[in-house]
Write a protein that binds this ligand. Structure first.
Ligand SMILES: *Cc1c(COP(=O)(O)O)cnc(C)c1O
Length: 551
């Protein structure tokens, strides 16, 4: 496959939009035909990548990878480097995403993705996305003053992780406001404190006296409202935004390089990545890395009891729930769409509680593209065929609650992926097991958060099929344990050497006592009530900024 560095363009998975630029797909988020944006071609690695990239820092590696997807005519390389440098300067470790060895005997390594401002992997992408938004807006606004400046209003709903990561990604950014709705009293105290103690003028928290579904419905209604779309440029930061997938590719390469530097890694060794999965964004970045040429033998999907992906890989059937006919569907709003209460099971790993996985649509496109046409077909025809298949599957998902693929497509999906389903009980057992078995190795036992524990449980099962020492497993750790006190306390209370106070990082200590800023929104006021609040708060923010500029 040729690398199209000079003119990378984007299209929609449902065939409707073609030939868009990176800037267009980042600002739009979702295609107008309801599809997701993908690059026209997955670039392949330069032939000397293995030697040339091996010793690069995280930032330099990100630059090399992003440059294959973003044309320098869109973002000049000096600017791209600067955006990357600023995005990762907020991380607490120099390595940004360090890889540590957890089990020497079984060659199990943990890729720690939680060293960013909100202690979850979503920071890796959202720190970058916030800077990108600002970069595009400021560039569009050159020479413009006051009300002539374009202003972006980001609106999102959250049940936890996405909201705080979005707020920390966008706080203080020029020409951008962010509104995050959450169900009052229904997000964890730490996550609520993370969101509401941010005092930047462009950050707006809206506590809704309803459920997560209500918040999500409000967001959907706003995006569909012609009136607010006339006066405000709305944008989304959920994991369907292509820039988020792109940003996550970096750490697959970074982890691979830290692994091959180790003496236990032999030229004949193989590598498997195991990813705690909800909306399929994180692992999709691994798929892109693999298709680019990263030598990963398999990507292992680890789900909790909301196991639509696991069931697909077993059966070729993608079905919301065999019994419930909920009409809710994944994602224009939040990662891990909670949909209707009867469809989603609440688990100890809430960031993976989803009914359907939005980003799975992107994988379907690439599989259909590979299976249902041949390389001798004209390029446009191949793309159209893939888009037609995806559109019809997604229509069935909406109208019938599911669809199935043929054996050939399932087989193609199984070439790159395996899947595992992990229950709450197994999650707790894994947190405990890892804590006790590592106490003798390191000075203190290693404490996993429940999402990372799901990855580890799946990793141990994978070692039964692809055995050490030939195989190395890299298991992705997606959050810091301090964010999920409930699961961690349940698993470890009373264990020798365990104390919750030592889990809590200094950055989170006292957070719950800090001053907060939040507006309360009544569900009874409907989405129009939310619109009134959004419009008024943006107006007040702009007026205050103008006043400050005059002084
Ligand atoms: C969002 C999230 C996940 C799931 O990632 P996807 O990209 O939605 O598959 C897993 N763990 C944590 C802690 C998360 O916040």
């Amino acid at each position: 496959m040729a690398s199209h560095t000079a003119s990378q363009r984007y299209l929609s998975t449902r065939g409707g939009s073609y030939d868009l630029s990176f800037e267009e797909v980042v600002l739009k988020g979702l295609a107008s035909d309801g599809g997701l944006f993908i690059p026209e071609e997955i670039p392949s690695l330069p032939s000397d990548w293995a030697s040339k990239w091996q010793h690069l820092s995280f930032e330099d590696l990100a630059y090399e990878i992003f440059s294959l997807y973003i044309s320098p005519s869109e973002i000049p390389s000096a600017d791209l480097k600067d955006i990357i440098r600023r995005s990762y300067s907020t991380f607490r470790t120099k390595d940004v995403t360090p890889t540590i060895t957890l089990d020497k005997e079984k060659n199990i390594h943990l890729l720690e993705l939680f060293h960013g401002p909100t202690f979850a992997f979503k920071d890796v992408a959202l720190q970058f996305l916030g800077n990108l938004f600002e970069y595009f807006l400021v560039r569009r606004n050159q020479g413009k003053t006051g009300r002539n400046r374009e202003h972006l209003t980001v609106v999102g709903a959250t049940s936890g992780d996405t909201g705080s990561a979005a707020i920390y990604g966008l706080r203080g950014k020029k020409d951008v406001s962010v509104f995050i709705m959450y169900p009052d009293g229904k997000v964890s105290p730490i996550q609520e404190a993370q969101m509401t103690t941010v005092m930047d003028a462009n950050v707006h928290n809206l506590a809704v006296d309803g459920t997560f579904d209500d918040c999500q419905d409000f967001v959907k209604a706003l995006f569909a409202d012609p009136e607010i779309n006339k006066t405000h440029r709305l944008a989304a930061v959920n994991s369907i935004n292509w820039a988020r997938i792109l940003a996550q590719i970096t750490y697959y390469f970074h982890a691979y390089f830290s692994l091959i530097r180790q003496s236990s890694f032999l030229p004949a060794s193989t590598v498997r990545f195991v990813v705690p999965t909800g909306n399929f964004g994180d692992i999709l970045a691994g798929y892109f890395a693999k298709r680019m040429g990263l030598p990963a033998e398999k990507l292992v999907i680890a789900t909790n009891e909301n196991d639509i992906l696991h069931r697909f890989w077993q059966s070729g059937k993608y079905e919301k729930k065999p019994v419930h006919g909920s009409e809710a569907e994944g994602g224009i709003v939040e990662d891990g769409v909670k949909a209707h209460e009867d469809g989603v099971k609440e688990t100890l790993s809430p960031a993976m509680d989803i009914l359907v996985s939005s980003n799975f649509e992107r994988l379907l496109w690439f599989l259909a593209h590979q299976i249902y046409s041949t390389t001798s077909d004209p390029v446009e025809k191949r793309r159209k065929t893939a888009g037609d298949h995806v559109r019809s599957w997604l229509n069935d998902l909406k109208s019938k609650g599911g669809f199935s693929v043929d054996a050939e497509l399932l087989k193609a999906a199984q070439v790159d992926f395996e899947s595992e389903r992990v229950t709450d009980e197994q999650t707790l057992a894994t947190i405990k097991e890892i804590f006790t078995t590592t106490s003798s190795l390191v000075s203190k036992g290693y404490i996993l958060d429940p999402h990372s524990a799901i990855g580890l449980a799946a990793t141990y099962r994978s070692t039964e099929r692809s055995k050490p020492p030939t195989t190395h497993h890299i298991s992705l750790a997606t959050a810091h344990p301090a964010k999920f006190s409930n699961a961690v306390e349940t698993a470890l209370q009373g264990e020798k050497g365990y104390s919750w106070n030592e889990v809590l990082p200094v950055e989170m200590q006292g957070l719950e006592d800090k001053p907060r800023r939040v507006s309360h929104v009544k569900k009874s006021g409907g989405w129009q009530g939310v619109r009134t609040v959004v419009v008024a708060e943006v107006e007040a923010e702009l007026q205050a900024a103008e006043k400050a500029a005059q002084q």
